[in-house]
Write a protein that binds this ligand. Structure first.
Ligand code: PLP
Length: 453
């Protein structure tokens, strides 16, 4: 063995890398469209777009060309020294897609940074406008807003927050609108209103003069498994925020940039946020990119009062912004939001078909290509499968062995429960949807046999 191969072997096994656990996956060799290949030539369908990121698929020629061109010009220019064309253009194009006035764009490198920025802008707006007593940000349980300590303070997911409780100021939470779990006789609209009114009750409990903002994912991500509230919920939430002078922050890190079939998921309900967080599908995995987009009426007083006290070194990185711009052009020129609506409809009815054949699937939900299903012991009681079955990891493993990647979490409405996100890239076609459904059904059959269901 030569010195070089010895080093290679040593660094590969055991690896110097670590993430959440010791689990190791094959090394990726290539990716194109909705597919990955590992070094042994095995093919995998990216049925979850990674973590709902690779929205336009892999190896997109337009994005790669735009990035190459940007690399020839400059890959980094610090924002205190230069503006860059890619960041300027992308900010303008994003603003054009959003409601009038929601047009001040602050670039970051990911979802947690975007959420942190939203929280800090809200607070600085309160300071700049004589509302220093407002600092509490109400959020929902369960929810996920990011891994940094500020974003964790508004995250409603105890396994991730509890270890850090002494290091952060835990913010008040209200239940996420898990109406499908409610067994009372209220209709869907009334249930939506009941969950929205929980915000009013919490604001009163906290003291309205102390409450700064409410943050929520309009369509839930991995914390709830693509949870969509009744229509009545969204309008009432906006009314309550306005009534108490509270800012509405939408975390569209996962749902934004087209995945639900609209640029912002909030557009499905004409819901206008004061501030919105974007990432994931924004540069669709081609580069780390996120953004906070805020109403100019919030930003101007902060800048007038001396400036926004916040920022990251990589903000507005030209290479990341060039990727983001090309992703947006790809989404617009190929009508990928229309495709997300059409293919999402097809996939959702396919999942509903699986539910009809698998009694342990209790719910199928979501919008566009932000879709999930949930496993239960019985649909009447909606009790989850026994934890010992480890459904969330076992079913994912079986599907992975078959070459289908899906995404799962063990959490549901504050209770135990397993859900699975099936969210392929927005370029997916009918034949690929059929293949995803076939592999998923085969995996469910194996899982059911193993689990004795
Ligand atoms: N907000 C939501 C809704 C998310 O789904 C995520 C990531 O999953 C984040 C924020 C954090 O984003 P990141 O992992 O890029 O920091």
């Amino acid at each position: 063995m030569t010195a070089t191969t010895a080093i290679a072997a040593e660094t590969r096994d055991p690896s110097n890398l670590f993430y959440q656990s010791r689990t190791r996956r094959p090394i990726v060799a290539r990716a194109e469209g909705i597919y990955f290949w590992d070094r042994d030539g095995r093919r995998y369908i990216d049925g979850s777009s990674g973590a709902m990121v690779a929205n336009i698929g892999h190896g997109n020629p337009r994005v790669l060309a735009a990035m190459r061109q940007q690399m020839e010009e400059t890959t980094f220019a610090y924002r205190l020294h230069f503006e860059n064309e890619a960041a300027e253009t992308l900010a303008r194009r994003i603003a054009q897609r959003l409601p009038e006035g929601l047009d001040r764009v602050f670039f970051v490198s990911g979802g947690s940074e975007a959420v942190e920025s939203c929280l800090k802008l809200a607070r600085q707006h309160a300071l700049a406008t004589g509302q220093a007593g407002r600092y509490k940000v109400i959020s929902r349980y369960p929810s996920y807003h990011g891994a940094t300590l500020g974003a964790l303070a508004v995250t409603g997911y105890t396994p991730m927050t509890a270890p850090f409780a002494p290091m952060m100021q835990e913010m008040p939470k209200i239940p996420a609108p898990t109406c499908y779990l409610d067994s009372d006789s209220l209709d869907w609209k009334a249930r939506g209103l009941r969950y929205a009114e929980m915000l009013r009750a919490e604001i009163r409990r906290q003291g309205p003069e102390t409450v700064l903002a409410f943050i929520m994912e309009p369509v839930g991500g991995a914390s709830t498994g693509a949870l969509v509230a009744p229509d009545s919920y969204y309008a009432r939430i906006r009314e309550i925020c306005d009534e108490y002078g509270i800012l509405l922050i939408l975390d569209e890190v996962m749902s934004g940039v087209g995945r639900t079939g609209r640029f912002l998921a909030a557009e499905h309900w004409n819901l206008r946020p004061d501030i919105v967080a974007l990432s994931k599908g924004f540069a669709a995995g081609y580069a780390p990119l996120g953004a906070m987009v805020a109403d100019r009426r919030l930003v101007e007083p902060v800048l007038d009062a001396g400036g926004f006290i916040h920022g990251h070194t990589y903000a507005g990185n030209p290479l990341a912004c060039a990727a983001g711009l090309a992703v947006l052009e790809e989404i617009e020129s190929r009508d990928l939001m229309g495709n997300a609506t059409r293919m999402g409809g097809l996939l959702k009815s396919g999942l509903a078909g699986l539910m009809a054949r698998c009694p342990f699937i209790g719910d199928v939900r979501g919008l566009g290509l932000l879709l999930a299903f949930e496993t239960v012991t019985d649909r009447q009681t909606m009790q989850p499968l026994p934890p010992a079955l480890n459904a969330h990891s076992r079913l994912v493993e079986i599907a992975y062995e078959k070459g289908l990647i899906i995404y799962s979490r063990r959490t549901r409405g504050g209770l135990e429960g397993d859900h699975f996100m099936v969210c392929p890239p927005m370029i997916v076609d009918e034949a690929e949807i059929a293949e995803i459904l076939r592999l998923l059904e085969e995996s469910l059959v194996i899982f059911a046999a193993e689990a004795g269901l």
